[in-house]
Design a binder for this molecule. Structure first.
Ligand SMILES: [Fe+2]
Length: 452
C-alpha cells in the first residue's frame, strides 16, 4: 500500500508541486503580502529569495526553475490570513444563501459547535495558510469546502461522536482538498474528458494533502487519514487504494459522503432546479458506497426538515415524462442484466484482485437496484397505471424513480470506463476473460448510444 501511495504522489513530484503553489502565492501577494520568513535556497545551495522579501511574480519565476531544499509553504508567511472569525463569517455567508440549510443550522443548533471548531482551526498556521490561498485562488473549491465541512459537522454531531472526533472531522473536512493547490490548474479546469495521466494527477491531491498535514506535529493522525481516504468508497471503487468498508475510517467516510452529496447537488441538481430533498434517492441508490450509519443520519435529518417536495417536470409534460421513464426502465433492466451475466461468466477462480473488484461493482449496484424495486415485476405496470389514470399524487415519486435510474446509468457507465482501463492491462494469456470483457464493453457502448 505504501508503494501505491508513493506511486500516486510521484505523478506530481515535489518540484512541480512547489512551482504550482509558488504561482498561487505570487497572485495572493497582489492582495495580501506573502513574505519569505527565511532565506529560500535551491537544492544546490543557491539563494533564491531573501528572508523578508515578498513572493512576487519575479521571485516565483526564480522558485519554479529549481528544486527547493524544503517545501515552499514552510518558508513563507501570509499577512492578514483568514482568521477564525473570518472563517466563521464565511460559513455564515454560505449558510445564509440557502434558507433550507439555514433552517437546519438553527434547528440542529450548529452555531456554537461551529464557532468552537473555528477556534481549533486558528491553532493550525499551515491550515490557515492553505485555506487563505484557496479562498483567494480557488474560490469555487473553497465554497465547496465550506459546504462539505458544514455537512460533515452536522453528520458527526447527529451521530453523537465524541468531541475529539468531531474536531478531527471538522479539520479534515476543511483540509480535504488543500492538495488541489498543488495540481496544475489547466488540468483542473479542462472541460474535455481527462486522459489517464491527467486523471492520475488529480487523484494525487489526496496524497499531497495528507503529506502536507502529516508534516505538522500537532495534526492528529486521524485527520491525515481522513484526508487520504476522502475519495475511497465502501465498495472498493475509490482511490488511492481501493480500500473496502472494513478498512476505512469513519471520519474519512463522513467527508466522502458530504463531498459526494454537495458535488451532486451543486453540479447537477441545483442547475436543474432540484432541491435538497432529491438527495434522498441519490443516497439510497449509492448506499453500497457509504457507511450505513452515516447516510442513515443524513437521510433522517433531511426527512425531518420539511423540505419542499419541488417538482421539476411541468404538470402538462408529466404524461410524456412517465412514458420516457417506462422506456428507460426496460432498456436499463436489459443493460444491467447483460452486464451482470458477463461478470458471472468470467467466473471467480481467476485470482485477479482488480477483476474481483469490478465484478463486485455490479453486485453492489444489484443490491441498490433490488432495494429500490426498479426492476421488480409489476413496476412498469404501476408506472403505466399512474400514466393512464393521471395519478398526480404519485408524480413526485416518478421523479424520484427518474433520479434513481440516472444513478444506475451513472454506475453502469463508470463500470464500463473501469473495464476499458482494465482491458489495457489484462494478461494476454487470459484470452477468454479478455473476450468476455471486450463483449461487455461493446454491449455497454451500444446501450449508452441507444439511451442518448
Ligand atoms: Fe477531493
Amino acid at each position: 500500500m505504501q508503494e501505491k501511495m508513493s506511486a500516486a504522489k510521484n505523478h506530481i513530484d515535489d518540484h512541480i508541486e512547489s512551482s504550482i503553489y509558488s504561482a498561487h502565492l505570487a497572485e495572493v501577494n497582489e492582495t495580501r503580502q506573502v513574505i519569505a520568513k527565511e532565506d529560500i535556497f535551491n537544492d544546490r545551495g543557491v539563494l533564491l529569495v531573501k528572508s523578508g522579501s515578498a513572493i512576487t511574480p519575479a521571485a516565483s519565476r526564480a522558485i519554479v526553475q529549481f528544486k527547493l531544499t524544503k517545501p515552499l509553504q514552510d518558508s513563507v508567511t501570509i499577512q492578514n490570513e483568514m482568521s477564525a472569525k473570518d472563517l466563521l463569517h464565511n460559513f455564515a455567508t454560505f449558510i445564509a444563501q440557502d434558507h433550507i440549510l439555514q433552517s437546519i443550522h438553527t434547528s440542529y443548533q450548529l452555531e456554537p459547535l461551529l464557532e468552537l471548531q473555528c477556534y481549533h482551526y486558528d491553532a493550525l498556521p499551515m491550515l490557515k495558510q492553505k485555506i487563505t490561498v484557496m479562498s483567494d485562488r480557488m474560490r469555487e473549491t473553497f465554497d465547496r469546502t465550506l459546504s462539505c465541512t458544514w455537512f460533515s459537522l452536522l453528520i458527526a454531531k447527529e451521530m453523537h461522536l465524541p468531541p475529539t472526533d468531531i474536531t478531527n472531522i471538522f479539520l479534515a473536512a476543511l483540509a480535504h482538498d488543500i492538495g488541489m493547490l498543488h495540481i496544475n490548474s489547466e488540468t483542473l479546469e479542462k472541460k474535455e474528458p481527462l486522459n489517464a495521466e491527467e486523471w492520475r494527477q488529480i487523484q494525487a491531491h489526496v496524497v499531497i494533502g495528507k503529506t502536507i498535514l502529516a508534516a505538522i506535529p500537532s495534526v492528529p493522525a486521524a485527520v491525515c487519514l481522513a484526508v487520504l481516504e476522502h475519495h475511497e468508497r465502501c465498495d472498493g471503487t475509490g482511490y488511492p487504494f481501493g480500500k473496502v468498508e472494513s478498512e476505512l475510517s469513519i471520519a474519512g467516510q463522513i467527508i466522502a459522503l458530504s463531498d459526494s452529496v454537495i458535488s451532486v447537488y451543486y453540479n447537477r441538481f441545483k442547475p436543474e432546479g432540484r432541491g435538497w430533498r432529491d438527495i434522498i434517492p441519490f443516497i439510497q441508490m449509492n448506499n453500497h458506497a457509504f457507511f450505513y450509519r452515516n447516510y442513515e443520519v443524513l437521510i433522517t435529518v433531511l426527512r425531518h426538515s420539511e423540505l419542499p417536495s419541488t417538482r421539476v417536470v411541468d404538470h402538462d409534460a408529466m404524461l410524456g415524462f412517465i412514458g420516457q421513464v417506462i422506456i428507460k426502465n426496460t432498456q436499463l433492466k436489459h443493460w444491467f442484466n447483460e452486464i451482470k451475466d458477463y461478470m458471472k461468466l468470467i467466473g471467480y477462480s481467476h485470482g485477479d484482485r482488480k477483476l474481483h473488484a469490478l465484478q463486485n461493482v455490479i453486485f453492489h449496484i444489484a443490491t441498490s437496484v433490488t432495494a429500490s424495486g426498479l426492476f421488480q415485476e409489476g413496476f412498469v405496470e404501476w408506472l403505466e397505471q399512474i400514466q393512464d389514470e393521471r395519478l398526480s399524487d404519485s408524480y413526485r415519486q416518478v421523479e424520484d424513480i427518474y433520479l434513481m435510474q440516472e444513478e444506475v446509468i451513472f454506475h453502469l457507465q463508470r463500470l464500463n470506463r473501469m473495464v476499458k482501463i482494465h482491458l489495457t492491462d489484462v494478461n494476454k494469456q487470459n484470452v477468454k476473460i479478455k473476450e468476455i470483457l471486450e463483449s461487455c464493453v461493446s454491449r455497454s457502448d451500444e446501450h449508452i448510444k441507444a439511451m442518448n
